[in-house]
Design a protein around this ligand. Structure first.
Ligand code: FES
Ligand SMILES: [Fe+2]
Length: 368
């Protein structure tokens, strides 16, 4: 990631909170280099305002919500959920320019998304669909984490399977450790995905425990993953169920585990990771949830010191050019997409008409 790219696009959706975190009372959210005040209106919709009063720089989150409007604690300037200043208690009329900025927010399943860029652009566009997190036939769990590294380092790490035998050797299945098949990388104007199929091989202990499949059997495994947008990466791991398998999922042929990660820059050098794991098997089995949680938390904890170390070296001013390997191709394509988005935002690039396709509300290709 070059220093040029350490900035992040604003005209895209980012996950800023989990749905159940946003209540009727004001809550503060520090993401995307800004302070945002969040609250839930009486009709259930979420409002997001800059957390700074237009009168003096008082945090609006220290005030209160009255009739869906925010009342500043200091002198009572009152703001509607669209940011308009409705009232200044000490005078008859509202001074010019007293509005605060409001943001477009979209709540979908467990995630609250925010569009930090131009509001007009956000009107027609929706965050990517995440059907596994809401549909029947799937069980989910998840969490949040903060990594002291630029968000593109997280994307790069997610698209990079070459570090598995080094960083995740204890939890990677045998397919990774001996000659793994090369990744098929597919690129659209706004997305990058990788996919590969491992020849039949044994499962690791945790995979056998989660699926109920025999340790000594041989199974075809597939993995796919996608850079969906600067704010989202999705991985799908699949184990082909043997014919007549008793533990096979009811409505699907295979055991699928979907790992969804929202990457939201907090600042240039730190990233909020909002993650969910969904599976279509052992839906009611809490010990499977615990086992999978342990595996996913472990792998994220294994990556974290690497990402933070790289960031620390870069932040120390060591921005020598990286030498790329063939295995970096997916990550490099993702960087190109981001570079293009940043150029568009700077106005020095005329987008082709289709260039915003990824924002259109459609199931991600990995779902198919
Ligand atoms: S600082 Fe908010 S009303 Fe004065
Ligand atoms: Fe990793």
């Amino acid at each position: 990631v070059s220093l040029e790219l350490s900035r992040y696009p604003l005209n895209t959706w980012y996950v800023i909170a989990s749905s159940n975190e946003v209540r009727a009372a004001l809550g503060s959210c520090n993401v995307l280099d800004r302070k945002i005040a969040l609250y839930r209106k009486r009709n259930g919709e979420i409002a997001a305002l800059d957390d700074r009063c237009s009168h003096r720089a008082m945090s609006l989150t220290l005030g209160s919500v009255v009739d869906d409007a925010v009342v500043c604690a200091y002198h009572g300037f009152t703001f509607g959920s669209d940011g308009r200043c409705l009232r200044v208690p000490s005078q008859e009329n509202v001074p010019y320019g007293a509005d605060v900025r409001s943001y477009r927010v979209f709540e979908d399943g467990p995630f609250v998304w925010l569009w930090p860029g131009e509001r007009a652009q956000a009107e027609q566009l929706r965050p990517p669909k995440l059907p596994w997190l809401q549909q029947p036939g799937w069980t989910t769990f998840g969490g949040v984490d903060v990594v002291a590294a630029n968000y593109l380092l997280l994307h790069e790490n997610a698209l990079d399977r070459a570090h598995f035998p080094f960083v995740h050797s204890d939890t990677s299945h045998a397919g990774y450790l001996t000659q793994p098949p090369p990744l098929q990388v597919e690129v659209t104007e706004t997305t990058v995905s990788y996919a590969r199929s491992f020849p039949p091989g044994p499962l690791t202990t945790w995979q056998a425990a989660a699926t109920g499949l025999a340790m000594n059997g041989h199974y075809v495994q597939r993995e796919r993953g996608e850079f969906v947008s600067p704010g989202l990466h999705i991985d799908v791991m699949e184990i082909e169920a043997p014919v007549g398998s008793v533990t096979a999922p009811l409505h699907e042929d295979n055991f699928r585990t979907v790992f969804v990660r929202g990457f939201t820059p907090l600042r240039e050098d730190s990233t909020l990771v909002t993650w969910r794991v969904a599976r279509n098997y052992a839906l009611e089995d809490r010990s499977v949830t615990q086992g999978l949680r342990f595996i996913h938390e472990t792998s994220m904890a294994e990556d974290k010191p690497f990402l933070e170390d790289i960031q620390a070296n870069r932040s120390a001013g060591d921005d020598r050019i990286d030498i790329d390997a063939a295995a970096d191709s997916a990550a490099l394509r993702a960087q190109q997409i981001v570079a293009r988005m940043l150029l568009e935002e700077r106005g020095s690039f005329r987008p082709r008409p289709k260039s915003r396709q990824q924002q259109v509300r459609k199931a991600s290709p990995v779902a198919r």
